[in-house]
Design a protein around this ligand. Structure first.
Ligand SMILES: [Zn+2]
Length: 503
């Protein structure tokens, strides 16, 4: 391993001086400043900009409606044009508005209806479909029948999309084996909300549930590997993207179902190094999610104490005053940090309305709790965008921030577009962009010590060809990704600063 690392390290040599601003880095920073008011050239610049990781990406939401419809056709499924959904089986005779998905290939009008229904494509509020929030979240149920048979193709698509965005690391949210966990939850009601007893009651079933989740993940990965033709000369760019998973539990289920998912998810992340942590998903303003929020935080506290090695990122504060009463805006982010022990917060949009927000911001900055900012998703679901988005508040408060996609398929977006949104609404310098990109690996849950201390390479690797540094890299998966990102920065700056189109 060591000899293999040394050439990579030698290649990386210019990156260390990049910390001290190489001429190419300075030139790229000047070009970026010139391009601010030139959206088309800025888009090209930003597409190629190395973006590190995407830490908030739901696999099911990352896929295009077109792919879901193609797979429905392959599987012989029916679509309901009146409901705008894919149905779980073949068309029954004489159901008006139902047609085989295969017919969509020759029926452009019907295909458009379905694409609109399965994504935010062409979304325009109407009396029958008034809310971006409702439309966005309802897409997941509408394409759900296709998911179980196509997880490998989904993973392949997400990896290739990440590569197209110059992302080197994906932390994907997936829910393998969810059905069996929910069923087990139904068999073990939470008596008196006694979490210790509930954990004990699952003792015999937990290994089976974890095994099923791991098996589903194995199958997904093998299929994706084949589709991407990894380890062959025809390998897709997605093969080069490192992938880890967060087990995502659904927060809108009964307490027993929620606990069983989390209990199994913690064990899964403890046992299987591909799962680097957990998350908790579905609309936060849902009545069950709101009503059980405190109970859910207690579940995380309990399981976090039992599995201290398992990392936690929580969707918290994906709320606005228009969505929930003021009482619901008081403390979701604080509770996620202080009670559940979340190390990262997803969205965090309602920070402006939290009780004692200034103290909370200070605490997050001090404890280095990162916020995953999803600008496209927040605009579509919450109607929060531009200067009204708290991105700038977090930055001013020195809370670590990363940019992420949330559901790039549903939202018809990608990480490049989210970076462009950030640039258009926030006075970011080129150095700020690099910090955002580095943050997405610093705060990734992939294990290992960081190559950076802030925006600087750690002292141990200041002498890059030293055996001490090579040994450090050998031991840290995270630092190796960070090294790759620094190499990508150096290559990008070299290309941009010599590209006539940008002069
Ligand atoms: Zn999300």
């Amino acid at each position: 391993m060591l000899p293999r690392l040394l050439p990579a390290l030698a290649l990386a040599f210019p990156l260390f001086s990049a910390q001290a601003e190489t001429p190419e880095a300075q030139s790229t920073a000047r070009i970026f400043d010139h391009l601010r008011n030139d959206p088309a050239r800025l888009t090209l610049f930003m597409r190629n900009f190395p973006k590190g990781g995407d830490l908030h990406n739901h696999l099911a939401g990352a896929i295009s409606a077109e792919s879901y419809l193609d797979w429905a056709a392959e599987d012989g499924l029916c679509v309901s044009l009146s409901q705008g959904r894919i149905l779980p089986g073949k068309c029954r005779l004489a159901t008006p508005g139902d047609i085989p998905a295969a017919q969509l290939k020759t029926r452009d009008d019907a295909r458009e209806v379905m694409i609109d229904s399965l994504s935010m494509h062409d979304f325009t509020p109407s009396p029958a479909d008034r809310s971006g929030h409702d439309h966005f979240f309802s897409t997941f149920g509408r394409f759900a029948p296709v998911l179980p048979a196509h997880s490998g193709a989904m993973l392949a698509q997400a990896r290739d999309q990440a590569a197209a965005d110059h992302v080197v690391y994906l932390e994907l949210m997936i829910s393998p084996g969810l059905g069996a966990m929910v069923k087990a939850g139904d068999q073990h009601p939470l008596h008196d909300l006694d979490l210790d007893a509930a954990h004990e009651a699952l003792k015999d079933e937990r290994p089976r549930l974890v095994a099923e989740a791991r098996r589903n993940t194995d199958e997904m990965e093998h299929e994706a590997h084949d589709i991407l033709q990894c380890d062959t000369p025809a390998a897709h760019p997605g093969c080069a993207v490192t992938v880890r998973y967060l087990f995502q539990a659904i927060r809108t289920m009964t307490p027993a179902q929620a606990f069983t998912q989390l209990d199994t998810g913690y064990q899964l992340a403890h046992d299987d190094p591909r799962f680097v942590g957990l998350n908790f998903v579905a609309p936060e303003d849902n009545p069950v999610a709101m009503g059980d929020y405190s109970l859910h935080m207690q579940m995380f506290a309990k399981l976090g104490a039992l599995y201290p090695d398992v990392r936690l990122s929580l969707h918290a504060g994906e709320l606005t005053p228009a969505l929930v009463p003021a009482s619901g805006l008081q403390s979701h982010i604080r509770d996620a940090v202080e009670i559940a022990g979340a190390e990262r917060i997803g969205h965090g949009v309602d920070i402006l309305w939290e009780k004692d927000a200034l103290r909370l911001l200070k605490e997050m900055a001090q404890r280095r709790i990162a916020v995953e900012i999803n600008l496209t998703s927040n605009a579509q679901i919450l109607g929060v965008s531009g200067g009204a988005h708290p991105l700038n508040v977090y930055r001013h408060a020195h809370v670590p921030v990363v940019l992420s996609t949330d559901d790039e398929g549903v939202s018809r977006s990608n990480l490049t577009l989210d970076y462009l949104k950030a640039v258009s609404t926030t006075p970011l310098s080129y150095a700020d962009l690099k910090s955002l990109s580095r943050n997405s690996l610093t705060y990734a849950f992939i294990p290992g010590m960081s190559l950076w201390d802030g925006d600087h390479v750690i002292t141990l690797c200041k002498a890059p060809q030293s055996f001490a540094c090579a040994d450090f890299l050998k031991k840290s998966q995270k630092a190796r990704l960070q090294l790759q990102l620094e190499q990508n920065f150096a290559a990008f700056e070299n290309a941009i600063s010599h590209e006539p189109l940008f002069q």
